[in-house]
Design a protein around this ligand. Structure first.
Ligand code: ADP
Ligand code: MG
Length: 394
């Protein structure tokens, strides 16, 4: 058993919290503050226990010096302050004497948000490659480390798996909530248990499909990942995204699981030379020059019959290119049906959760995970490096 924050005596200590505050920004505005909201409980708990609090998070990718400006986490300090109704001190440094000085000046209940941990990736990827010296330096800033960054816990970053090597550590409330919700999904889901998978590339999802298909009763596919399955059935998918290298593997999966897998019956296509064209096609009618960008209404009707009898559903990936209005219908229709179903519907994945939020289904589904890659890895492996790195209960 891993330590939980409530298992440690943290009163009056200096505590480092690794949150995932990596929210999407558009035109200088936070598009969705869900991750910030989910991080509040742990921070509030530390305030209540009179801690001096150092909050760390990555924020976008920083690969070169010029990326820093656009990926400063300072914008989050403002939102965090509004949500907590409390001053947040912001430290523009991720190492060095200035950071140490600001930490030393903290008083009980003070909160310091440190600049984007990935500033340390320039030039030597110290954060992303878990540099031990950086991890040790950060660890020395505090007495205790709390990992609350579920959505980053599949990454072996210094701020995730490095720091807890050197000081006592525990899991925060956001991560505990994710585990509490996701655990029954992996271990004893109420049946029938249906998995719905969409998204762009089969390569990203094939390993997960191979693991999860053993656990579920039905696997319904859509989006780009369905194309390679369709092609494996000798159906014409035109110019759609496929990976010919995995066709044999997919044939085997389909033979071994033929009663579980459902594929699109109809699709929406376009062509490269005239993207304004939108065609409805039965699945055996796709022409050589067409690209599949959404599933059709018969597919959704068919999937509804399975949804109606399912007790647990896990959704990852979208049914089509939902960013484009013309190819959004499959995703929207599916979410509409899921929102009315009696099943417990779990959603994991960055685009999946964005589509749910943007299309107005956020409060109508059972559980939205804060993780993307982390959620998928957690579900297939039953643990994550960021969880493993935390100390065990003594
Ligand atoms: P998540 O981020 O939740 O794991 P994915 O990234 O796997 O989800 O899936 C969403 C992405 O898949 C979207 O960017 C969407 O445009 C893309 N997508 C869905 N269907 C298709 C398709 N038929 N062809 C190409 N891309 C697709
Ligand atoms: Mg995605």
């Amino acid at each position: 058993m891993k330590n939980r924050i409530q298992d440690l005596n943290i009163d009056n200590l200096t505590v480092i919290v690794r949150s995932d505050l990596n929210v999407t920004i558009k035109d200088g505005v936070i598009v969705n503050d869900n991750k910030i909201v989910e991080s509040l409980q742990t921070i509030q708990y530390l305030v209540k226990h009179n801690c001096k609090i150092i909050v760390m998070s990555h924020f976008g990718k920083v690969e070169k010096e010029t990326d820093k400006k656009d990926n400063s986490i300072e914008i989050v300090a403002k939102r965090l302050s509004e949500l907590l109704d409390k001053e947040i001190k912001f430290c523009p440094y991720t190492s060095g004497n200035e950071l140490v000085k600001m930490v030393n000046e903290l008083k009980e209940k003070d909160i310091l948000l440190m600049e984007n941990t990935r500033y340390e990736d320039v030039p030597n990827k110290l954060e992303s490659n878990n540099d031990p010296q950086l991890a040790m330096f950060w660890a020395e800033l505090g007495d205790v480390f709390i990992n609350d960054a579920f959505a980053s816990s599949h990454r072996e970053h210094a701020s995730v798996v490095g720091i807890p090597k050197y000081i006592p550590s525990a899991l925060g409330f956001c991560i505990q909530k994710e585990i509490d919700y996701l655990y029954p999904l992996i271990h004893n889901p109420e049946r029938p248990f249906t998995i719905i998978m969409g998204g762009a590339k089969i390569d990203d999802k094939l390993e997960l499909i191979e693991t999860l298909i053993k656990e579920c009763d039905y696997l319904m596919l859509g989006g780009g990942i369905a194309n390679t399955f369709l092609k494996a059935l000798n159906l014409n998918v035109g110019f759609s995204l496929v990976n010919d290298n995995v066709i044999e593997k997919i044939k085997k999966i389909m033979i071994e699981n033929k009663d579980k897998i459902l594929l699109p019956l109809d699709v929406i296509t376009t062509t490269e030379y005239d993207p304004s064209q939108v065609n409805y096609r039965l699945i055996n009618q796709v022409a050589d020059d067409e690209i599949i960008y959404d599933v059709g209404s018969r597919t959704i009707e068919k999937y509804k019959t399975i949804i109606d009898k399912s007790s647990t559903i896990f959704l990852n990936g979208t049914m089509g290119l939902y960013e484009n209005k013309k190819f959004r219908n499959g995703t929207e229709e599916l979410l509409n049906i899921l929102s009315k179903s009696n099943a417990k519907v779990y959603v994991g994945g960055g685009d999946s959760v964005s589509s749910v939020t943007n299309l107005g289904f956020k409060d109508k589904l059972y559980y939205l995970s804060t993780g993307g890659g982390a959620t998928l890895e957690y579900i297939s492996k039953d643990t994550l490096p960021g969880i493993e790195a935390i100390g065990d209960v003594k």
